[in-house]
Write a protein that binds this ligand. Structure first.
Ligand SMILES: [Zn+2]
Length: 341
């Protein structure tokens, strides 16, 4: 009798531990549904006219644009380090994921890869993408230092100037410096946005937050077929986009659901009301750690559990869609081409 009691306690403890571990694994490996309306999803284009401009979407802010003659991309991010590694470990480009990502997007010759800022989920893989495709790596000095740390030759690195247009074939890309999304949590804000520059070549493996933000750019793109604006991060500088018009806005909405109503309204006004698009394509709404194959996912459950209150992104976007019947909301399929113009 008195020998089985400690045994019972041990068994109970083991069961309790298994439940806690199981719950932790569940929270870190399963995801909420994506914060976009399934009705906005468009199918891949079945036929692509010879002179069409197409877009392909991998997830987050990785977009490939092509007019059949020239192909270039934003970010080129395919590695998806898992949450624990991002928070506590070291990360580096996943070469196999990059190879597959380029293959799935049917990228062969690439004129340019432009990380929208220097955080790991935008800029980490871009130097390897440039190496494999011959593309030039565009961005701030911080992005250039990510390229140098990866051993990308200097002739494939080009630091850009705020509002100075760059031409590739018929595409004219104008980078416009804006603020990155402002994290409402002061600890996160300091961790992700404090000490913004990468001042020396950065060679991974390094901590995820060693990829400092650098400069955050919106890209205005002009092509004979149309104009568009790409916002990789939900930040703004009041009046900065006023001089620009766009037929389409790729609207970065990452973490926007955690900001205040006032912040969201200002972001909308500065990004959409200023540029007057007829189509809005939300991007960066999928999980950073979700699988890169198959359907897009929303936030990992562990992150959702830690956030204060329900995420406001979907109600915000739904309200904007309802209030702006002249604007078509679109979400893109993964990898497959969609005719933009
Ligand atoms: Zn960022």
């Amino acid at each position: 009798m008195n020998r089985s009691l400690p045994r019972l306690i041990l068994i109970s403890l083991a069961i309790l531990l298994a439940i806690i571990l199981g719950a932790a694994v569940f929270l870190l490996t399963t995801y909420q549904s994506p914060p976009v309306d399934p009705q906005w999803a468009v199918a891949p284009s079945e036929t692509i006219p010879e002179d069409a401009v197409t877009v392909r979407y991998t997830g987050t802010a990785t977009l490939v644009f092509s007019d059949g003659q020239t192909t270039w991309m934003t970010d080129g991010w395919f590695s998806r380090p898992k949450p624990l590694r991002v928070l506590f470990g070291k990360i580096q480009p996943d070469l196999d994921a990059i190879r597959k990502g380029l293959q799935r997007n049917e990228v062969h010759d690439l004129a340019a890869v432009f990380p929208l800022h220097s955080h790991y989920d935008h800029a980490m893989d871009a130097p390897e993408v440039a190496k494999r495709t011959g593309a030039v790596l565009l961005g701030s000095e911080s992005t250039a230092n990510i390229g140098r740390g990866w051993g990308l030759p200097e002739e494939q690195i080009r630091e850009v100037t705020d509002r100075a247009p760059i031409a590739f074939g018929k595409f004219t890309i104008t980078p416009i410096e804006l603020r990155h999304f402002q994290f409402p949590d002061p600890v996160m804000a300091e961790r992700a946005l404090g000490d913004p520059e990468i001042k020396a070549p950065l060679t991974p493996p390094v901590g995820a937050f060693d990829y400092r933000v650098g400069k955050a750019y919106a890209l205005h793109v002009a092509h004979p077929k149309g104009t568009w604006l790409i916002l990789g991060s939900a930040g703004f500088v009041e009046g900065a986009l006023e001089p620009y018009d766009a037929d389409v806005v790729f609207l970065g909405v990452g973490a926007l659901g955690s900001q205040t109503d006032a912040y969201r309204e200002t972001y909308w006004r500065e990004s959409i009301d200023s540029t007057n698009p007829s189509r809005v394509i939300p991007i960066h709404w999928d999980s950073l750690t979700g699988p890169i194959e198959g359907p897009f996912t929303g936030m990992v459950r562990a992150a959702a559990l830690l956030s204060k209150g329900p995420d406001q992104l979907l109600p915000f976007l739904e309200a904007k869609a309802a209030a702006n019947p002249n604007i078509t909301f679109i979400t893109l399929p993964r990898y497959a081409p969609v005719v933009l113009f």
